[in-house]
Structure formats: structure tokens, C-alpha cells
Unconditional design. Structure first.
Length: 637
């Protein structure tokens, strides 16, 4: 959006008759769903006139115009590399950038601004909650007053949800000290009304049945394709990469032809999953909606909500395509469900779970109980048919795309992306917990192979024919601009995905006659004969790049001791230091807990050892490399 088309916060609040505006800086949708919950909480419990807003649409240079009887709330995620989320970049530049325009108005231009702030971060990464911290710091420096504490949610420690709930209560209490809030009965305040439309058929062309956007509904799949409008792409190939009967790792080639989508090597693919049929059916049954699954419903928001599912839709489509019903429900949703329990015993049990943190963690979060399983267990199979649907729609996060590092090179395949994904299935409390998106991809493979065990077919957006909604997200994870620059890549497991892309990129350059610099890849997996991804392609890379490609492996389960990529960095200290001295860039990718931090330490030890400097000095070198973006970490697989 251009500067001119950005909205003015104070006039927009006036127009919407709002006294509290909640901005979310969101990448994966969590911050957005927290903002929505906060808005409903503020309306429901305190009679605040809240609105939820995307900072990308607003001009923060005139934040000074917001009156002192209004409240501005920020719910801000920090991305893996400490940057603002894409939708919060103009907020960051206006408030915490190098020369905020606000400063032209005086040294304390925000004296009348009252704000609350919560950050979503991950303490296992550098730059923990950097975004919330720097916005908080900048606002205070500009004269604004914070109400309540700076909230810091920690996804790394797995306490994000509880951190949010604890912050929220304290923040409301602090707000009550500075504002007259009307405590209301939350039961009667919902963000929207839901109306059944018996005259509309589920097959009507105006009813959303899985498509994510209006254009597809109209039958014209025109771009631009983006996070609001995914492209329904053809999957041209899905193959298994593991040689293990128990675990799956899929390689997908996805065709972008016919779309306006393009990508650069290092970008991310967003894949839009759908919920599996057994879980959809379980929830419809638990809510007593099985007979009405194809009934058309319309949603009418009572106040601006950016996260509403498309409307009109059907009960089945709502739960299959638009709400994330497979994740654990939040504790405050469970607490809000208690009055609607089917009997007194289940009401008491729901209230207990909703109010006791430790019980909730033990019985819901840790065993990955989803909402339907919880309702079944607590209600002992009796239907919960009194739950108002608006409560579920505002309390369950929207189903969001999942992001994967693209594992193909745009130079080699400009119109085709590859994705590499381990199918997540781990034993939890005596059953297998299935990751949503990766099992959806497995279902897609099984459907194309002709033996589906994962009944997910939706009314229109079926697995048959191997179609997948996707869009592309730009990333800053890029090969050095100079093809001669050495690169060191560390990618255990599917962390190797972007490095397959990097290697194929330089192979493609080489085949076109360009000289390319040395590449050193550290790859780790369990055993050579089990999960060694792309082994044949690394042979091909060696044939193409010769001495210029060096692969160092770490097989963690072949010997008596665990061997990890960080250990192998120490074993090859001379080579690593040699490449670093030649200006080599370092890239780390992968999800293995603590791996990125261990790799950072290993690189610092190499520098200390080979250059005869102290470890703290060497750690300083690594920090400087990160600041200069010649050492990059990607948290995606
Ligand atoms: P493990 O499962 O045997 O512990 C890809 O998942 C590879 O990453 C596996 O070999 C896995 O080993 C390894 N891995 C697990 N935790 C790691 C860590 N903290 N650092 C580096 N590698 C790790």
C-alpha cells in the first residue's frame, strides 16, 4: 500500500466508534488470533469498543493524534531473524526506525498516547521478542505511557499461550486503574452473529466450500496470488525420500504455470492444508451438528474483525477449511465453554480445566487434545449442542498456511517449486499425533497413488487430481550476490531443503559457464541407509562442481555416541576457518531443538581455536557476522 492510501488511526477509530484499537504484527496468524481474542475479551468483559487492525493499513506517523481516552494495543510477533513481520514493517519504520517522522513534532510527541503491548517470541533464538521490545522502548522514548507490563510470550519454552493469558489479566487490571471499565457478562457478547440460510444450497456458486477467496468462487483463478488469494497449483510429482517403513519424507514438485507467481532461490512456499475428515466428523458429532453439516450459514461481524472465515459457507466447510480444529484449544476458550456443557458433571470438569493451568497443560496441551476429543472425553459422548457457534469462531484460530523452505532453484526451474517435508506422526499419550499440513501432503500422495487412508476429500477442493493451494513468501535467505563467494551450509534433516536449492542454483550457474565459489554442506540424519536425503543429488553436485562441493555428514544413530552437525564443524575446523577467511557466508537451517545455537557455538570455537582469540571475542565475530547478514539462520524446515 502506498503512503497516501494508509489510514489515519484517530479518524478511523472515530469512524468505527472505537475506544481501543488492537494492532497485530503477525506472520503465521498466532498474533492475529491473540488480537482477535483480546478484542472479544475487551468487548465481552469490559464493554470496551475494540477493533482489530492490520498495521500494514495504517499510518503511524500521526500516532500523536490519538486522544488520551483511547487505548492502542500492540500484539507483535518477532520473526526468526529478529525482524518485524512483513505486515508490521511500516509500524516499525515510523516508530522505531532511524529517524521517526514523529520526532519532527517535538521531543515527546506521544505524550497523550496510552498503549498496551504483548510480544510473541522464541527464547531459543537470538533477538528474543526484539520487535515488541523495540516498539515498547521507542514509544516510551517518544513520550507515550504504557499500561500494564510489556508482555513477552515464549514459544521456545512452550509457554506462549499461558504467558499471553497471564499478561492479558494483568493488563486489563492495569487498564481498570486508568479507565472506567464496565464489567459485563461475557456470555452475551460475541464478535459476530451466525445465521442459517436454509434457502441456500451448499452447491450454490455463492457459497464458500473450501476455496479461500472470492475470485475462485467466481470461477476465475486470476492473480495476484498471495496470502489472501492462494493459487490452486498442480502437483506434478510426489516421491518418498526415506528408505524406512515407519517414517515418511516427501519431495513435491509443484507447478506454478498459469499463475503470476514467481520465486527466488531461498524463498518460502506457503501450503494451505485442510483438516482431515475424521476430525471434522468428530467435531460435527460432538457439537450435535452432524445432520446439519451441509446447512449454509452466514456470518455477520458486530465489529471489524480481519480474521472472519469467508461467508456464506456450510458447517462442514467451516470446520474442514477455515478453522484450525486439530490444534489444542486455548484455556480461555475451554473456560468459556463450561456454561454450555451437557450436564453438571461435565460443566464442573470444563470449568476446572479452564481455570487450572497445570491440569490444563497435563490433560489438554501436552497430550495434544483437540477440541472434539476434549468435548467427547469431558461430556462422556453427549453432544454439546448448546455452544453458540460465534464463541467457537472467535475462539478457534483460523486455519493458516504452513511455510516451507523451497528446495528448488529458480534458475533451474523458474515455474516449478519443490518442497521437502517430513511427515509428522509421533506417539503422544498412547496414540499417534499427526501434524496437519504434512499429513495432508501424505494424503495427497496416497490419493494420487490410488490408496487413500486419509479421507479428506472436500466438496470441491478435492485431493483427487493432486491440486494444492499455495502462495510464495519472499525471504532474505539468499545466496551471496557474488557467485564466487564461498558458502558454508548447515542443515540437518529437512533443514537441508534450502541448501538443495542453493546447490542446484550453483550447479545451474556452472552449467551455463559461470565460475562458482566453494560450497561446504553439513548434513545430519539418523542413519545413512534410512533418512539420508538427496544422497544421489549430492553425488551429482560433486560431479558438476568437483572439489568445489564438499559434503560433511553426521549420522546420529550409527555409533554408540550421538554425532551431530555441530560436532562435525569442530572436526573440520581448518576448512571452515579457511572458507570464513575468504569471506564465506554461513547459513543454518533446521528445527532440531537447540541445533542453531550449538552450531553458533561450534563456529565461535573454530574461530577462537584457529585464530588464537578468546571465546568471547570469537562469539563477538559471530555476532558481527549475523548483524552483517553473512551468517543467517532460518527456522523453517
Ligand atoms: P537424533 O534424532 O538421533 O537425536 C535430523 O533430524 C538429525 O538432527 C537427526 O540426526 C537428529 O538426531 C539430529 N538432531 C537432533 N537434535 C539435534 C541437535 N540439538 N543438534 C544437532 N542435531 C540434532
Amino acid at each position: 500500500m502506498s503512503e497516501d492510501s494508509l489510514m489515519d488511526i484517530s479518524s478511523e477509530m472515530e469512524m468505527l466508534d472505537a475506544d481501543c484499537i488492537i494492532f497485530y504484527g503477525s506472520e503465521t496468524g498466532t498474533a492475529e488470533s491473540y488480537a482477535t481474542r483480546l478484542a472479544a475479551d475487551g468487548r465481552g468483559r469490559f464493554g470496551l469498543r475494540t477493533v482489530v487492525a492490520n498495521p500494514a493499513d495504517y499510518n503511524f506517523d500521526r500516532l500523536d493524534k490519538v486522544a488520551s481516552d483511547k487505548t492502542v494495543v500492540f500484539v507483535l510477533a518477532t520473526t526468526g531473524d529478529g525482524e518485524p513481520t512483513e505486515n508490521a514493517t511500516n509500524l516499525f519504520d515510523s516508530v522505531a526506525g532511524e529517524a521517526p517522522a514523529l520526532l519532527r513534532l517535538g521531543s515527546s510527541p506521544l505524550q497523550s498516547l496510552q498503549f498496551m503491548i504483548f510480544g510473541l517470541g522464541d527464547s531459543t533464538h537470538d533477538h528474543y521478542n526484539a520487535m515488541a521490545r523495540s516498539i515498547n522502548h521507542a514509544l516510551v522514548r517518544l513520550g507515550a505511557t504504557r499500561i500494564g507490563e510489556l508482555g513477552e510470550g515464549d514459544d521456545g519454552e512452550g509457554t506462549l499461550e499461558e504467558d499471553f493469558l497471564a499478561w492479558k489479566e494483568k493488563a486489563w487490571a492495569a487498564l481498570e486503574h486508568v479507565r472506567v471499565l464496565r464489567r459485563t457478562n461475557p456470555k452475551h457478547v460475541y464478535a459476530l452473529d451466525v445465521v442459517e440460510q436454509p434457502c441456500l444450497s451448499k452447491d450454490s456458486s455463492t457459497v464458500y466450500a473450501g476455496e479461500h477467496n472470492e475470485q475462485q468462487l467466481k470461477g476465475c483463478t486470476s492473480g495476484p496470488f498471495d496470502s489472501q488469494n492462494p493459487f490452486i497449483a498442480q502437483v506434478s510429482e510426489i516421491r518418498e525420500l526415506f528408505q524406512s517403513p515407519e517414517r515418511n519424507c516427501l519431495h513435491l514438485d509443484i507447478d506454478l504455470a498459469g499463475s503470476d507467481l514467481s520465486y527466488h532461490t531461498g524463498d518460502h512456499a506457503a501450503i494451505w492444508p485442510m483438516n482431515p475428515d475424521p476430525e471434522v466428523v468428530r467435531l460435527l458429532n460432538a457439537l450435535g451438528l452432524a445432520d446439519k453439516q451441509d446447512t449454509v450459514i452466514e456470518m455477520h461481524p458486530r465489529w471489524p474483525m480481519p480474521t472472519l472465515p469467508p461467508s456464506p459457507t456450510t458447517y462442514a466447510a467451516l470446520f474442514r477449511h477455515y478453522l484450525d480444529i486439530c490444534g489444542a484449544p486455548s484455556r480461555d476458550l475451554v473456560a468459556a465453554l463450561a456454561p454450555f456443557a451437557p450436564d453438571a458433571t461435565s460443566r464442573a470438569e470444563t470449568a476446572r480445566l479452564g481455570s487450572r493451568k497445570a491440569d490444563f497443560a497435563a490433560q489438554v496441551t501436552r497430550p495434544h487434545m483437540n477440541l472434539a476429543r476434549l468435548l467427547d472425553a469431558v461430556g462422556r459422548g453427549r453432544p454439546w449442542d448448546k455452544i453458540p457457534l460465534p464463541l467457537l469462531i472467535q475462539g478457534i484460530p483460523r486455519l493458516r498456511p504452513r511455510y516451507y523452505s523451497i528446495s528448488s532453484s529458480s534458475l533451474e526451474h523458474p515455474w516449478r517449486i519443490s518442497v521437502t517435508a517430513v511427515v509428522e506422526a509421533r506417539p503422544v499419550s498412547g496414540r499417534l499425533f499427526h501434524g496437519l499440513a504434512t499429513n495432508y501432503l501424505l494424503a495427497l500422495k496416497q490419493a494420487t497413488d490410488g490408496h487413500s487412508t486419509y479421507r479428506v476429500a472436500g466438496p470441491r477442493n478435492s485431493l483427487q487430481g493432486g491440486k494444492l493451494p499455495v502462495h510464495i513468501r519472499t525471504s532474505s535467505f539468499r545466496l551471496p550476490a557474488d557467485p564466487l563467494c564461498p558458502v558454508i551450509m548447515v542443515g540437518p534433516g529437512t533443514g537441508v531443503a534450502p541448501f538443495r536449492a542453493f546447490i542446484r542454483e550453483r550447479m545451474a550457474l556452472r552449467l551455463r559457464g559461470t565460475q562458482v565459489g566453494p560450497m561446504m554442506l553439513f548434513f545430519g540424519c539418523r542413519r545413512r541407509g534410512e533418512d539420508f536425503l538427496y544422497e544421489d543429488e549430492f553425488d551429482e553436485a560433486r560431479r558438476c562442481l568437483g572439489e568445489g562441493f564438499r559434503l560433511v555428514t553426521a549420522f546420529s544413530r550409527e555409533g554408540p555416541d550421538k554425532v551431530y552437525v555441530q560436532h562435525r564443524i569442530g572436526d573440520t575446523a581448518g576448512e571452515v576457518d579457511g572458507l570464513l577467511r575468504r569471506g564465506g557466508h554461513v547459513y543454518v537451517c533446521g528445527e532440531a531443538g537447540g541445533m542453531a545455537r550449538e552450531v553458533g557455538r561450534a563456529v565461535a570455537r573454530v574461530i577462537a581455536e584457529r585464530r588464537g582469540v578468546s571465546l568471547p571475542e570469537a562469539e563477538g565475530v559471530v555476532r558481527d557476522m549475523k548483524a552483517a547478514k553473512v551468517y543467517q539462520v532460518c527456522a523453517l524446515r
